[in-house]
Design a protein around this ligand. Structure first.
Ligand SMILES: [Cu+2]
Length: 465
């Protein structure tokens, strides 16, 4: 990810997927360590399946065995059986499996679900082994049976699976909506001049946004801290409730709409407000399934579909009886999902795509949920032992910032990878070689850099983790 952020290109694809840390038999490198799950004939086991991959949605299946889905994202659902489940990064699914097949060994396997057009991905399959304790020795010398996994682009199977997820019984879904929000989710690009930092397609860097705002994380103060302590200049609260411009989101989007703007904008919610959000995929660069995750809340998924959301046509089909409760929802490729929740958890809460490259490109926004009445409806004060920045580092931060400001107006660019000078888990100082056409004046201004008149200089960057 760090390399991708430097170059502006897509991250390298992985070499392998793993189940409980092991790639499995199909990679030919770790078969003696392949993860094994032993089961007694006739018993029913619970598998908690978590997609812990960084950048890939995955199918999961067990050869010859049905999976009974009983929970997703830590909420129960109406049990249903299926031969395959799909999880986006960060999603969890609990399934029951009954060992009702002839005693032997069966592969459980995961393979990619990939929806972005022309994007490289790791098209391999990871396996673990479901092993019956009573399996005869002869079964151990032969290869376990492999499950039939869907093709990498099998969206129909994904939709058939997610359509079956429902709450166990009738639930209380907010109906009188106070905040009717519509957020586009998708990729973008930023034009740049050829350089080591401009390695995206056709002189661009990849970006991503919600409602055309590419989220810029605060560098020095957390959003919650800035809110709690009234620190100005860290964020603004003008995140747009609807796209700044309407367009045919899933059609052929004009190039003029591909460049997002980079801001730290929050959307304010009153305590207790009833919120509906339409999450609308865009076709910018490519349509793609995005697993959108909201912190601080579970929400009801009342509807999903393909194309552009149309309230007249689609709202009447919402499931307001037993919609599933989730915290990460797949916005279908070239489609939309609608979620509802009550904003009764005050604080600052990130909503973001759980594909890590999309998140770091800016596919995120934050809600600022205000306090209600009394202590039980207000955020708690920070713990007494909240770590504070050491004084010398605060000063150093200011020094580095003034140097960075001095360089701002320059056409300065990096020549090499930053080198870490010192740091801890939280803070690291990097130095790197930089160039600039107007370097002399800047060097004089920045003072401490020296070497006026040279074409190359050392620039500094302080990073917070
Ligand atoms: Cu995404």
């Amino acid at each position: 990810m760090r390399q991708a952020l430097f170059t502006g290109a897509a991250p390298n694809v992985s070499d392998a997927y793993t189940i409980n840390g092991q790639p499995g038999d199909l990679y030919g490198c770790s078969s003696k360590d392949t993860a094994k799950f032993s089961v007694a004939s006739g018993e029913t086991i619970l598998l908690r399946v978590i997609n812990a991959a960084l950048n890939q949605e995955l199918f999961f299946s067990v050869a010859n065995h049905k999976l009974t889905v009983v929970g997703a994202d830590a909420a129960y659902n109406k049990p249903f059986t299926t031969s395959v489940i799909m999880l986006g990064p960060g999603q969890t699914t609990n399934v029951l499996l009954t060992a009702d097949q002839s005693p032997g060994r069966y592969y459980m396997a995961a393979s990619p679900y990939q929806t972005a057009q022309n994007a490289a991905f790791d098209n391999t399959t990871t396996t673990a082994i479901l092993e019956y304790e009573s399996a005869p020795c002869s079964r151990f010398s032969s290869k376990p049976t492999l499950p039939r996994l869907p093709a990498y682009n099998d969206t129909a199977t994904v939709i058939a699976f997610t359509n079956q997820l429902k709450s166990p019984s009738t639930v209380e879904v907010p109906t009188e909506i106070d905040e009717n929000l519509f957020f586009t989710v998708g990729l973008g690009v930023v034009n740049c001049n050829p350089s080591p930092r401009c390695q995206g397609p056709n002189n661009t860097r990849f970006a991503a946004s919600m409602n055309n705002i590419s989220f810029v994380p605060p560098r020095r103060t957390s959003l919650l801290q800035a809110y709690y302590q009234n620190i100005p200049g860290v964020y603004t609260t003008d995140f747009p409730p609807v796209p700044p411009r309407q367009f045919d989101y899933t059609g052929n989007v004009s190039r003029a709409l591909w460049q997002p703007i980079f801001k730290t904008r929050l959307y304010k919610l009153k305590y207790g407000s009833k919120v509906q959000i339409v999450l609308q995929d865009t076709a910018i660069i490519s349509t793609e399934d995005h697993p959108i995750h909201l912190h601080g809340y579970q929400f009801y998924v009342v509807g999903q579909g393909f194309g552009n959301f149309n309230p007249g046509r689609d709202a009447s089909k919402f499931n307001l009886i037993d919609p599933p409760l989730r915290n990460t929802i797949n916005v279908p490729v070239g489609g939309w999902s609608v979620i509802r929740f009550v904003a009764d958890n005050p604080g600052v809460w990130l909503m973001h795509c759980h594909i890590d490259s999309h998140l770091t490109w800016g596919l995120a926004m934050n809600f600022l949920v205000e306090n209600g009445v009394g202590a039980s409806q207000s955020i708690e004060s920070p713990p007494a032992d909240l770590p504070r920045l050491p004084k010398e580092l605060v000063n150093l931060d200011k020094r580095v910032q003034s140097m960075q400001n001095a360089f701002k107006h320059l056409k300065s660019s990096r020549c090499d990878e930053p080198v870490q000078w010192f740091g801890s888990d939280k803070i690291r100082l990097f130095g790197y070689t930089c160039t600039g056409s107007d370097i002399t004046r800047t060097v004089a201004h920045a003072g401490q850099l020296g070497g006026a008149g040279l074409e190359r200089h050392t620039c500094w960057e302080l990073r917070f983790y």
